[in-house]
Design a protein around this ligand. Structure first.
Ligand code: FES
Length: 136
């Protein structure tokens, strides 16, 4: 058997071995389930607590809500897209940082530093008096 014939035979055998695993979904060939965007709608009283002052933040219902140093409210999913650790708001840079492996996100939830690669979903914020509504 020549080297070329050997390599061709190994390739065919590998394909035969891997095909059943792909067909039955037992390997990485398995298609990932489509993620449906979740529905978010809650209201926070900002008259007390971390959101009562500029630079504060809190996590509610899987969403981190932050108040920038200029008083703007922003809300994005709190679970880092790398491995799910809750992120922190960094008021000095108006961004978010994961304490686990250091991924960073901008105020819109876009990844600015890995290892995370997927952006976080951001949500709308509407302030009425001291009631802040956060919704998708
Ligand atoms: S869990 Fe956030 S960077 Fe790894």
């Amino acid at each position: 058997m020549t080297r070329k014939e050997f390599i061709a035979q190994v390739g065919i055998n590998a394909a035969i071995l891997l095909a059943p695993a792909c067909i039955t979904g037992l390997s990485s060939c398995k298609k990932k389930k489509e993620e449906k965007p979740r529905s978010v709608d809650f209201t926070l009283d900002i008259s007390t607590g971390p959101l009562a002052s500029n630079g504060g933040a809190l996590i509610n219902d899987g969403v981190i809500v932050a108040r920038s140093t200029s008083g703007e409210f922003i809300a994005i999913d709190s679970a880092c897209t790398h491995e799910g650790t809750n992120i922190n708001y960094v008021s000095t840079t108006h961004s978010f940082k994961c304490p686990n492996h250091g991924a960073t996100y901008d105020a819109n939830g876009n990844v600015t530093t890995g290892p995370a690669v997927k952006s976080l979903t951001s949500y709308h914020c509407t302030l009425s008096g001291s009631s802040l509504q956060v919704f998708s």
